[in-house]
Design a binder for this molecule. Structure first.
Ligand SMILES: Cc1ncc(COP(=O)(O)O)c(C=O)c1O
Length: 381
């Protein structure tokens, strides 16, 4: 019997989406929009194809797109990133994360991972023969204790991975967090993988502390982004990685014998679309009312919200309703209330139960209201 190098089962997103379909439930589990993306961007993709951008793109990406990304970073964060040597377009952020790990890690290396963690991090580390060193964060604030991070560092520690804004908790790293992180990374000569796919999805006037704002930290970082999250087109599976030249040179060696390059037409479409910064700068204003709608609807139904300041997720506590563990309760809500969510336990290696579920609010307002009504009806039975 063939066994792959990754010893894992089906992801929770596949499981819950399948159950959701089986029970005709409202799927607030998996993180993807249920509303249409901008037709102007679809038209730009069509145009790129009819204009003839249908052959292999350059390895790191179409020159126009690399330039657009570099200009955006400079305008937003004041960092000068060389478009020719410090950016690589990838088939989604997941691929960029895998490639960054594969670039850096040698067997026996250790990587500090904060939990709850996006599900690809740990298997990506393990397939490279390295060891995840897990630092669990706890509800309700999921703050990082930097003394615990210092205590977890050993001579084998090679890398830290952070995710800001954070999936699933919706928390943000503060400027103080970033300074602590920078101090640790520089002092111990570590590398940082900063997963910033929810860049721009920030609420309540909070500031987003990208690694790009910390030039010294950036010198030891791979920073990953996703066009899918920013432009409501997760199915286009396109992202990019930004890293200083000395790191990006090595990243490209891994990339060149894997994907080699990415779908060409979409790169020309994104380059054109990025000329209007409102499409990404307006994301906080677009999602904040959806977060408010979900928070109100689910609170009225009887779930206790935890604060979400970023991403398109919010975590709710159901402990007033049930002692079931998170996976069983997520299944119960799908089957009996007709609403699907993701157990937060699935983002921890030990699957710890805190009676928390993650809901996605990248959905039509009607969908969010309907989910609230279904839950209200279920809890009042
Ligand atoms: C934290 C985090 N990183 C990376 C990704 C993957 O992004 P992409 O779809 O571009 O591969 C996701 C998607 O859910 C995510 O939540």
């Amino acid at each position: 019997m063939l066994k792959s190098k990754i010893d894992v089962g089906e992801t929770i997103f596949t499981t819950m989406s399948r159950l959701s379909l089986e029970h005709n439930a409202i799927n607030l589990g998996q993180g993807f929009p249920d509303y249409p993306m901008d037709e102007a961007l679809i038209a730009l993709l069509n145009k790129a194809m009819t204009d003839g951008h249908n052959q292999y793109a350059p390895l790191a990406g179409a020159t126009v797109l690399l330039k657009a990304i570099s200009e955006k970073i400079h305008n937003l964060y004041g960092l000068a990133v060389n478009p020719a040597t410090e950016i690589c377009v990838t088939p989604g952020a997941t691929y960029a994360i895998y490639t960054a790990f594969t670039t850096v890690l040698q067997p026996g290396d250790e990587v500090i991972v904060f939990e709850p963690a996006y599900d690809s991090y740990v298997p990506n580390i393990e397939i490279n023969g390295a060891r995840p060193v897990l630092i669990p964060l706890s509800a309700p604030n999921f703050r990082i204790n930097w003394d615990a991070v210092k205590a977890a560092i050993t001579p084998r520690t090679k890398m830290i991975i952070t995710n800001n804004p954070h999936n699933p908790t919706g928390t943000l790293l503060s400027a103080e967090d970033m300074l602590q992180l920078q101090k640790i990374v520089l002092e111990h000569e570590l590398y940082l993988l900063s997963d910033e796919v929810y860049e721009h999805l920030v609420f309540d006037g909070k500031s987003f502390e990208s690694v790009m704002k910390y030039p010294e930290l950036f010198q030891r970082s791979f920073v990953t982004y996703s066009f899918g999250k920013v432009y409501h087109c997760t199915g286009w599976k396109t992202g990019y990685c930004v890293a200083p030249e000395h790191l990006m040179k090595e990243f490209k060696k891994v990339h060149q014998y894997n994907a080699f390059c990415c779908f060409a037409p979409v790169q020309y479409a994104f380059a054109e679309y990025m000329k209007d910064p409102q499409a990404y700068l307006g994301l906080g204003k677009f999602f904040e009312p959806k977060r408010n709608l979900l928070e109100t609807a689910l609170s009225e139904a009887g779930l206790k919200p935890l604060p979400s300041y970023g991403s398109f997720f919010q975590v709710f506590d159901y402990s007033a309703h049930s002692d079931l563990d998170e996976l069983d309760y997520a299944k119960k809500l799908t089957a009996e209330a007709g609403v699907s969510a993701i157990p937060v336990s699935s983002f921890y290696a030990d699957k710890r139960n805190q009676q928390l579920l993650r809901f996605c609010f990248a959905k039509k307002d009607e969908t969010l209201k309907q989910a609230g009504n279904r839950l209200k009806a279920f809890f009042s039975k």
